[in-house]
Design a binder for this molecule. Structure first.
Ligand code: ADP
Length: 472
């Protein structure tokens, strides 16, 4: 077992602090510890980031790009090792962990390039003797608070654009999965990213979060996690009027029309539902199937779900790992029990297994009043409900406080576009169960969040616009 440390101002620190244990959800073994940092460490990290900002923001875009690229290359060389650590602390199958490393590193590759495309503008003036310039500048120190479900990608999706823009960062990874983050930050050091540009603090989430909220030098807060914590942080950020990016909860509907290619729809549901054991914010949560194809859909889906291999993600061939902790297991169980008690039928799975494992589950005869149709399940539960008309299914799909991702399966292009336009969601998978990619904007409508990450949109939130009016 290793005792890892925090990274502040280019130093590994926190040896003297109490420890937070990191557990392998597949075995319940404690595999490492990290320091239980608090407000003091949080402020020290901001001191370092603020100092480093002076120089880093003056680096040319090409210099920043090269360093991000070096960091990317080192992660690429070490991705098997980091993926294994990720599986051990998070539970996802090794193949998925490796997939996440590639996806995560894709943000560094993209933003290393995007650093070079932070263009300004010259606006035609009214008078002959004026020139109007628009410049973009880094916002300053960025605080990034990240969740446990994507321990690598949720960091690179924030840190990539922040560094590219010329910002410096203070990171607080989830306490359940800090090791992947620490491993990546070790490589930032090796890549030659100057001290203080990237800092990482572990420990008391509330104390660290509060210290950053109160600190006027932190000019931007970027958060991915639960809607509940996001709302608290939003309120807390008001006093110092920070820029905000929020990636919060989702409750993705899947709409399968009567003209869908059923094999494509089943594949889309398998991908969007059972990846990461259902623990992603864009996982399908509610599956609406047209009444005329419902039975055929269930017939095709169930054998595939029953065939999924459950187990420790380090074992060959495992497709569904454990859930992250006991509370996660209980939530999924509660959703299954509530649905079954109020009329749902178990078509596959349904049982909790020893440890933190839940069988991938399919329920039919599901109604909109059931808990699983309202609350984010964050587990391997696929509730299937029938609908009869397009209007009805759009209304039901939009009837949510969330608006992150939605999926539509139809072979009719006009209908697909019509439904896509009617859905109040930030990301639509149209005949696609895996829409996430570094070059596209990711984010939600409604209570699913504020702002977009990824693509050329993702760097805007790290830039201030400065307008210069020149009198000649
Ligand atoms: P999840 O558990 O789904 O990842 P959370 O919103 O609970 O979602 O946690 C996301 C991140 O926010 C984690 O890094 C967690 O430690 C952190 N966090 C939780 N509560 C607070 C808080 N009050 N202030 C700041 N950060 C918090």
């Amino acid at each position: 077992m290793k005792n890892y440390l925090m990274y502040i101002n280019g130093q590994w620190v926190g040896q003297e602090l109490n420890k937070v244990e990191v557990t392998n959800p597949a075995t319940s073994e404690v595999i490492a510890t990290v320091p239980k940092g608090g407000a003091v460490a949080a402020v020290q990290a901001v001191d370092a980031a603020q100092e480093a900002f002076k120089e880093w923001s003056q680096f040319s875009a090409y210099e920043r790009s090269e360093l991000i690229r070096k960091w990317h290359d080192l992660i690429n060389e070490n991705k098997e090792e980091i993926a294994k650590i990720m599986t051990m602390e998070q539970g996802k199958p090794l193949k998925e962990a490796l997939g996440e490393m590639n996806y995560a590193n894709g943000f560094f590759a993209w933003y290393a390039e995007e650093a070079k495309r932070i263009y300004g503008e010259i606006i035609p003036a009214t008078q002959r003797n004026k020139r109007l310039f628009v410049q973009k500048q880094a916002v300053g120190v960025v605080a990034a608070i990240t969740p446990w479900n994507f321990p690598a990608a949720m960091i690179t999706r924030k840190v990539g654009p922040a560094l590219a823009a010329g910002c410096t960062v203070v990171i607080k990874p989830a306490n359940l999965t800090p090791l992947t983050a620490i491993k990546m930050v070790e490589l930032a050091d090796e890549a030659g990213i100057p001290k203080g540009v990237v800092n990482l603090v572990t420990g008391d989430s509330k104390a660290i979060g509060q210290a950053w909220l109160e600190d006027d030098r932190v000019r931007k807060l970027t958060f991915t996690g639960s809607t509940e914590v996001g709302k608290e942080l939003l309120k807390g950020a008001a006093d110092t009027v920070k820029k905000i990016s929020m990636e919060l909860g989702g409750h993705a509907p899947v709409i399968i029309m009567d003209d869908a290619d059923l094999d494509k729809a089943v594949e889309g549901v398998m991908n969007s539902k059972f990846r990461n054991a259902g623990q992603t914010c864009i996982c399908s949560n509610r599956i609406y199937v047209h009444e005329s194809i419902h039975d055929k859909f269930i017939e095709k889906l169930v054998p595939k779900v029953n065939a999924l291999k459950i187990g420790n993600g380090l074992e060959e061939g495992v497709e569904v790992g454990p859930l992250i902790d006991q509370a996660a297991v209980e939530k999924v169980k509660k959703h299954i029990d509530d649905a079954v008690k109020t009329g749902a039928k178990i078509e596959a799975g349904g049982q909790v297994r020893e440890g933190l494992y839940i069988e991938p589950t399919v329920l039919s005869n599901v109604h909109d009043e059931m808990l699983c149709m309202i609350d984010e399940t964050f587990g391997p539960l696929a509730p299937v409900s029938v609908f009869t008309s397009e209007d009805e299914v759009i209304r039901r799909a939009n009837n949510s406080i969330f608006g992150l991702a939605a999926y539509v399966f139809t072979e009719n292009i006009s209908r697909g576009i019509r439904i896509t336009e009617a859905l109040e969601y930030g990301i639509i998978g149209l005949n696609d169960g895996l829409p996430s990619t570094p070059q596209a904007p990711f984010g939600g409508f409604k209570q699913s969040g504020i702002g977009r990450e990824g693509g050329h949109y993702g760097i805007e939130d790290y830039l201030e616009i400065k307008y210069v009016s020149l009198g000649m």
